[in-house]
Design a protein around this ligand. Structure first.
Ligand code: TXA
Ligand code: MG
Length: 351
């Protein structure tokens, strides 16, 4: 298949949106920009297209897709019920990087929901994403536009690596502003539950909703412990090809430094992920900074690009971890998954 790559911002945007909408209505896949990461989009009314999302990504068919809508009013087309708490979330955080899981209308294809009776909904703040949804005239199911297990694409050059030759159209909207996938919160249980951390933070959700439970998969406390409860926890996501180890705590950089010396002594090729200003501590390594230690927004923008850059024939990657609070929790969560939960505590933290 020949892949057309169309770049927004060169005076042709309206025509690009029309073209994308037309392909989506016909049942083709289109890669679309959003503020979080690029999405591999299909009309929720085209079962053939929905199936090919799973094929193209190599995604297990029980992992459900997020439905993207152009305005909050479209939620009722997909959700059977929109409770008060959902209305409040929409009002405060939409359009934006928040996905809300709600009871599903029975007519929405089970391919979207991976067979569940719930559906995940998101109204992106990316104007391009919303224009494309409007042009298609139908909500769009869109997972991140990476092959399953790989880092999510946040820049147009990542998309060529992932999907060239596999989709008819890639819409290039430049680098994604947020850089990590949306926060996912479920309103289908007794209490709201955070399923995936993102740029809308846990404390923002709690401020609005009151108590919010946190799924075990978010912090990885379980996996760091050692028993694996959910099958999904076994698999690495966002992963470079070589093993990656995370270091946490006050002495992270110095422990990494001595580990690096040991590995180089064994003739290993080593990658290091550090914070700004630490680059020179790691001579002999392929070094990338994810940004200033305190700036979680910059870290979120860079994390997936850094993981991709370090997917370059190394034997090992050693990485610092951001404090898991605010947007830092989202970056920390993606790093844990990339490292298959291999996390070393370098010093007890103060209680
Ligand atoms: O930022 C994002 O959300 C991006 C962009 C493209 O919008 N999309 C994205 O989709 O990250 P994906 O497929 O990579 O991640 C969807 C997440 C998965 O963890 C999936 O298990 C969860 O949302 N999910 C989807 N539907 C669900 C449901 N009905 N119940 C619980 N979790 C659900
Ligand atoms: Mg994904």
């Amino acid at each position: 298949m020949k892949t057309e790559l169309l770049q927004l911002g060169a005076g042709q945007d309206a025509a690009i949106y029309r073209r994308a909408g037309e392909l989506l209505r016909e049942g083709s896949l289109v890669v679309i920009p959003t503020e979080t990461v690029y999405g591999l989009a299909a009309s929720i009314e085209r079962e053939g297209a929905l199936r090919s999302i799973y094929e193209v990504k190599g995604r297990p068919s029980d992992n459900p897709l997020i439905v993207h809508i152009a305005e909050p009013g479209m939620a009722a087309r997909v959700a059977r019920e929109v409770p008060k708490a959902a209305e409040a979330l929409f009002k405060r955080f939409w359009p934006g990087p928040l996905t809300v899981v709600l009871p599903k209308r029975p007519e929405v294809s089970p391919i979207v929901s991976g067979g569940l009776d719930t559906v995940a909904l998101r109204c992106p703040s990316s104007a391009a994403a919303r224009e494309i949804i409007r042009a298609a005239g139908v909500p769009l199911a869109a997972p991140s536009a990476n092959r399953s297990g790989r880092p999510s694409p946040t820049r147009a050059e990542h998309l060529r690596e992932e999907l060239a030759g596999r989709v008819p159209l890639i819409v290039d909207g430049g680098p994604c502003a947020v850089g990590v996938e949306s926060t996912v919160v479920s309103l289908c249980g007794a209490r709201p539950r955070l399923l995936r951390p993102g740029a809308v933070t846990l404390s923002q959700l709690r401020e609005l909703l009151g108590p919010v439970d946190v799924d075990e998969a978010v912090t990885g406390e379980l996996a760091a412990g050692s028993t694996v409860s959910a099958p999904g926890m076994k698999y690495r996501h966002y992963a470079p090809a070589c093993p990656m180890t995370l270091y946490r705590g006050a002495r992270a950089a110095s422990v990494m430094k001595s580990e690096l010396a040991r590995l180089i002594g064994e003739g290993k090729k080593v990658g290091v992920i550090c914070f700004d200003g630490e680059e020179t501590l790691f001579p002999g390594a392929e070094v990338r900074s994810i940004g200033p230690r305190e700036n979680h927004l910059v870290q979120a923008q860079r994390i997936f690009a850094v993981l991709r850059e370090l997917d370059c024939g190394l034997d090992r990657i050693l990485s610092v971890t951001p404090d898991p609070d605010g947007v830092g929790l989202a970056v920390y969560n993606r790093m844990l998954k990339a490292a298959g939960h291999d996390l070393r505590q370098t010093e007890e933290e103060e209680a």
